[in-house]
Write a protein that binds this ligand. Structure first.
Ligand code: SF4
Ligand code: SF4
Length: 201
C-alpha cells in the first residue's frame, strides 16, 4: 500500500497538524507566560506511573509523519515500539463493561527521561499531551498538573473534520478501535508503510 495514495484517499493533509493543535498550543503558551510550565520537571506524566494516554488513528498518523519527516522511522524505532508494547503488555487487550477497553499505564516510548523530555515535536504530538499542564508555578513533582478539558472540547469544535478522517482511516483498515495506546497505534502505520523493516526479530 502506498502512503501517498492512502493519505489522499482518507483526506489527510499533514500540514494541518499544527493548525489542528493551534488552540492547545495557545493555552500552553498562556500557561508558560504565568510560569505554569514544565521547565523544571522531568516529565512524570509521560511515565508508567501516570501515563495511560490513548490516541485516535489521526493523532497516531500525525506522530508517524513527524517521525517520517525527521528520518526516525527505522529498525531501532521498531525495536523500541516492540519492547514498549511487550514491557507494558499493551497487546493484551482487556475489556471491561462490554466494549470498553481497560486503559493500560505505560512509559511513552518517546519519553527522554529528563526536562524537555519529549521526542515528538509540539505540532505533531498527541492532543492530550499538550492539554496537560501544571496549575502551579515551578512544578517539579507529580500531582500538580491537570488536563484542560475545556480547551480539548474547544479544539474539537474548531476541527470537526477530525471525525471524518478518523472514520476514513478506520474504514480503510477495518480498525475496531477509536483510541489506542500510542505505541500500538503507531506500530500499525509503521507495519503498513515500512515493509522494508523487520518486525519479527
Ligand atoms: S505536565 Fe506536569 S508532570 Fe508533566 S512534564 Fe509538565 S510539570 Fe511535569
Ligand atoms: S508524546 Fe511526548 S509528551 Fe506525550 S506522553 Fe510521549 S513523551 Fe510525553
Amino acid at each position: 500500500m502506498k502512503l501517498t495514495n492512502f493519505i489522499k484517499d482518507i483526506g489527510y493533509a499533514e500540514n494541518t497538524a499544527q493548525i489542528r493543535r493551534k488552540v492547545l498550543i495557545e493555552q500552553m503558551h498562556q500557561k508558560i507566560s504565568k510560569q505554569q510550565d514544565c521547565f523544571n520537571c522531568k516529565g512524570h506524566c509521560c511515565t508508567y506511573s501516570y501515563n495511560s494516554m490513548r490516541v485516535t488513528p489521526l493523532e497516531a498518523l500525525d506522530v508517524y509523519f513527524y517521525l517520517l519527516n525527521n528520518n526516525l522511522i527505522n529498525q531501532s524505532l521498531v525495536e523500541k515500539l516492540k519492547k514498549n508494547i511487550k514491557d507494558f503488555r499493551l497487546d493484551r487487550e482487556v475489556y471491561i463493561s462490554g466494549d470498553k477497553e481497560l486503559r493500560r499505564y505505560y512509559t511513552c516510548p518517546f519519553y527522554k527521561n529528563g526536562v524537555k523530555g519529549c521526542g515528538i515535536g509540539l505540532g505533531h504530538k498527541p492532543y492530550g499531551c499538550i492539554a496537560f499542564m501544571p496549575y502551579e508555578t515551578n512544578v517539579s513533582i507529580a500531582g500538580k498538573c491537570s488536563t484542560n478539558t475545556q480547551v480539548l472540547i474547544e479544539r474539537e469544535i474548531l476541527n470537526p473534520e477530525d471525525d471524518l478522517i478518523n472514520q476514513n482511516i478506520r474504514n480503510y483498515f477495518g480498525l475496531y478501535w477509536t483510541k489506542k495506546d500510542l505505541p500500538s497505534a503507531l506500530m500499525h502505520f509503521v507495519r503498513t508503510f515500512n515493509k522494508n523493516l523487520n518486525f519479527n526479530i
